[in-house]
Design a protein around this ligand. Structure first.
Ligand code: COA
Ligand code: AMP
Length: 631
């Protein structure tokens, strides 16, 4: 039944060089590679060594030169500002080429880093592609992060220039970015030479003479600038993601492997043809945005939708259907939480009836496991395949999916289907031995990872080894646990580390704990992710106060919540905390976060044999109950 898929999959694993080499031929190379797969520095593998190409050329100029300059490249649909804008490939090429000139005038050279801190406007894509055009390495920072997080990224990647907008717009409030940016630069050890600011009508940013440059003025003064051939191994971007500590990991994506893999996925996973409209309802600040709002759809000559709004409230739960109908979207990609939000407000799907969404062929979901209720609701209402697919910032594209462009396989609820061609997935026990089918273990990918994944972490080659390659030699440790059933279907069950998933956003409980521990009255704390109907999980903090602190607990909790918002940002959605007398620990002093989570989520749990003092769990249970969790 799945003959076609199996044959392609087998070839990708058995003959990776032939497989990816043929695919790479479909793109433009200024210099052909010497080697498709280079294992000379294993376990750090490299793809297309010796090759030279330019990502922006392949994503934009190539299409203009082949006669598609009039095709719409970007549709900006912004219900939050009540505006829409369409940009053709030819217009996009011109804008990028001028902005690349503006970056050059601001001193940006090939290899320099540029931080981009922008909302969902086409200029964010222009800035990213302009960096790619001149071989500068961009690092996009999500708008929902606060100054401190921005400062950490400034110190780590040392940008020559920061590109920002004057504001982002959230329901009910305008988020002025410039004060956040100024504060971040103040906090950071490294200072960029310049900031280029795109002024939006909703808020005009104050400019610092000498340092800050107005986007429009910079573009007016710039010369069109051409694409620079880049080494296949040159970094295209750095995208920071949560690790186990407050120091985020700078995931690097390289040039050659990145374009080959992403281009391939548009047809083979999503089944979208050149010229069709593809919509990833995410944000350019996340990996989904990098891969599927910007690079992959443009590489495949699709029209990409840049949506500035929310699934509900901008203005109603029908906005997704309106966008699909109005722009003839063929494939939609979003996070399950967006569908849970729509379902909550419009369970009967009455808004859907107002729009003609018959052009839609499939819905892809990722960011967290798609719960069966949401999957069922979405497939009943939309009448198209609803495909859960599993991937990570590190991987850049899906590890497991139902590859619609190869052949649609039966959907099993709760499973992102099979490993995609290129991914040799295994389930390993603690000793690194494969488990028997159906048993839960660590999900690990046999090296080499396919092209388009991450060759390294920025400035942290050793950390890359320690975090992903050390535990299971010869494998990449995904950090997820799960099992593979008798049909080969993969089930991703949970993280094996302290990363939690809040509304499809990845957060580190360790990073939140670091902020809470900085409160002068907090002696010790533990943060767990508790189940949430809308967001999947939300963080909850248990705080132990220093002895002698006799202030009002409510005040301390409010201050702690404020601290997390100020240090990490509103995106942490940290709103639940309680003061507890002690934390449950093993006799060796390890905090029993897993047990606390089970109690909070009302899941079955067993008293851990290693617990130091079982009575503490009663105290924790009553604190959790007061917050509406536990029984
Ligand atoms: N800039 C500034 N603040 C932002 C922001 C941004 N770009 N994005 C979110 N925030 C703020 C929100 O305003 C909110 O602030 P509040 O605490 O003052 O209300 C907070 O961060 C939490 O945001 P969010 O988790 O998005 O929750 P929400 O309640 O605003 O919306 C959903 C809930 C489900 C509608 C929303 O999470 C959503 O659309 N999710 C889609 C998920 C997604 O795109 N995932 C990407 C991976 S595919
Ligand atoms: P991020 O790097 O932010 O994309 O988050 C990656 C993590 O999100 C993964 O390691 C998983 O824990 C989780 N995740 C993403 N997609 C899925 C999915 N389809 N099913 C289960 N977990 C998922």
């Amino acid at each position: 039944m799945r003959k076609k898929f199996d044959a392609i999959y087998r070839r990708s694993i058995e003959e990776p060089e032939a497989y990816w080499g043929e695919i790479a031929e479909q793109l433009h190379w200024d210099r052909k590679w010497d080697k498709v797969l280079d294992g000379s520095d294993a376990p750090y593998y490299r793809w297309f060594t010796g090759g030279q190409t330019n990502v922006c050329y392949n994503a934009v100029d190539r299409h203009v030169e082949s006669g598609h300059g009039d095709q719409v490249a970007i549709i900006h649909d912004s219900p939050i500002t009540g505006s829409q804008r369409k940009i053709t490939y030819a217009e996009l090429q011109e804008q990028i080429s001028l902005f690349a000139g503006a970056l050059r005038n601001a001193g940006v050279d090939t290899g320099d880093r540029v931080i981009i801190y922008m909302p969902m406007i086409p200029e964010a894509l222009v800035a990213m592609l302009a960096c790619a055009r001149i071989g500068a390495v961009h690092s996009v920072v999500f708008g929902g992060f606060a100054s401190n997080e921005l400062a950490v990224r400034i110190n780590d990647c040392v940008p020559k220039v920061i590109v920002a907008a004057s504001c982002g717009i959230e329901p009910g409030r305008v988020v002025a970015y410039k004060p956040l940016l100024d504060r971040a630069i103040e906090l950071a050890r490294h200072k960029p030479d310049h900031c280029i600011i795109f002024q939006r009508p909703e808020v005009t940013a104050d400019m610092q003479p000498g340092r800050d440059i107005d986007w429009q003025e910079a573009v007016a003064a710039a010369e069109p600038t051409d694409c620079v051939p880049m080494d296949a191994l040159a970094p295209l971007y750095i995208l920071y993601t949560s690790g186990t500590t407050g120091q985020p990991k700078g995931v690097v994506r390289d040039t050659g492997g990145g374009i080959v893999a992403l281009h391939w996925t548009m047809k083979n996973i999503y089944n979208v043809e050149p010229g069709e409209v593809y919509w990833a309802a995410s944000d350019v600040g996340w990996v989904v945005g990098h891969s599927y709002i910007v690079y992959a759809p443009l590489l495949a000559r699709n029209t990409t939708v840049v949506f500035e709004g929310k699934p509900v409230g901008t203005p109603d739960p029908g906005v997704f259907w309106r966008v699909i109908a109005e722009h003839d979207v063929k494939v939609l990609f979003t996070a399950p939480t967006a569908f849970r939000a729509i379902k909550k407000e419009d369970p009967g799907g009455s808004y859907l009836e107002k729009y003609d969404t018959s052009g839609l062929r499939a819905l892809f979901l990722a960011g967290e496991r798609t719960d069966p209720d949401t999957l069922q609701w979405a497939s009943d209402k939309l009448g198209v395949p609803v495909i859960d697919h599993w991937w990570q910032t590190e991987t850049g594209w899906a590890i497991c999916a139902n590859c619609l462009g190869i052949e649609l396989l039966p959907v099993k609820q709760g499973s992102p289907t099979l490993p995609v061609p290129g991914w040799n997935l295994a389930v390993l026990d603690d000793e690194g031995e494969p488990v028997v089918s159906g048993d839960i273990g660590s999900l690990a990918v046999k090296l080499p990872l396919p092209p388009g994944t991450f060759p390294t972490l920025w400035n942290a080659r050793e950390r890359m080894f320690d975090a992903y390659l050390r535990r299971f030699p010869g494998y990449y440790e995904t950090g997820d646990a799960g099992f593979i059933d008798e049909d080969g279907y993969v089930f991703v069950m949970s993280r094996t580390d302290d990363v939690i998933n809040v509304a499809g956003h990845r957060l580190s409980t360790g990073a939140i704990e670091e902020v809470l521990a900085s409160h002068p009255d907090v002696a010790e704390c533990a943060v767990i992710g508790v189940r949430d109907d809308l967001k999947g999980e939300v963080p909850l903090g248990c705080l132990v106060l220093s002895s002698g602190v006799d202030r009002d607990h409510g005040e301390i909790v409010a201050e702690c919540i404020g601290l997390v918002r100020e240090h990490i940002g509103p995106v942490a959605a940290f709103k639940l905390a309680a003061v507890v007398p002690r934390l449950p620990k093993t006799r060796s002093g390890k905090i029993l976060r897993g047990t606390m989570k089970k109690i909070a989520d009302r899941d079955a749990w067993k008293m851990p044999a290693t617990i130091d003092d079982p009575a503490i769990l009663d105290e924790i249970t009553s604190a959790l109950k007061a917050l509406g969790y536990a029984d």
